[in-house]
Design a protein around this ligand. Structure first.
Ligand SMILES: [Zn+2]
Length: 133
């Protein structure tokens, strides 16, 4: 048995609640469903995070993210989505297999899915000096 839980789910080696899958991507209900419609979307191939995933695998995965969002517009009446992701321990990634949490949003659902961040002491000019590609 593999140690990676998402790889195990992708190979149907664990009990899973699969919303959608294709050759490359799997979408399933997480162990802890934290909101109505909360769905995890991941490439089936093991890639740890955003830093190492090949661009074509990421594009494929995000294409399925959009497919699920459009589907939830129709079947749930979702008028928005939040897409949550963590890459790296510093970001709080707890499962080391690239994945996205999609939270469908309904008008007046009162969810707080956007974090309150502290801002920064740096000006935009200072930030650009560090950030521009
Ligand atoms: Zn994996």
């Amino acid at each position: 048995m593999e140690a990676c839980v998402i790889c195990q789910l992708a190979k149907h080696q664990l009990r899973s609640w699969v919303v959608y899958e294709d050759e490359n991507v799997i979408c399933f209900l997480p162990l802890e469903v934290e909101a109505f419609g909360h769905t995890v979307i991941a490439p089936k191939a093991h890639h740890t995070d955003l830093f190492g995933v090949p661009a074509e695998v990421l594009a494929c995965t995000l294409g399925v993210v959009q497919k699920v969002a459009l589907h939830y517009q129709i079947v749930l009446g979702a008028t928005g989505v939040n897409l949550l992701h963590a890459s790296g321990v510093a970001a709080g990634q707890s499962v080391p297999h690239l994945h996205f949490h999609l939270i469908p949003r309904l008008d007046n659902d009162d969810l707080e899915a956007w974090p309150k961040l502290p801002g920064t002491k740096y000006s935009k000019d200072e930030l650009l000096q560090r950030l521009q590609l």
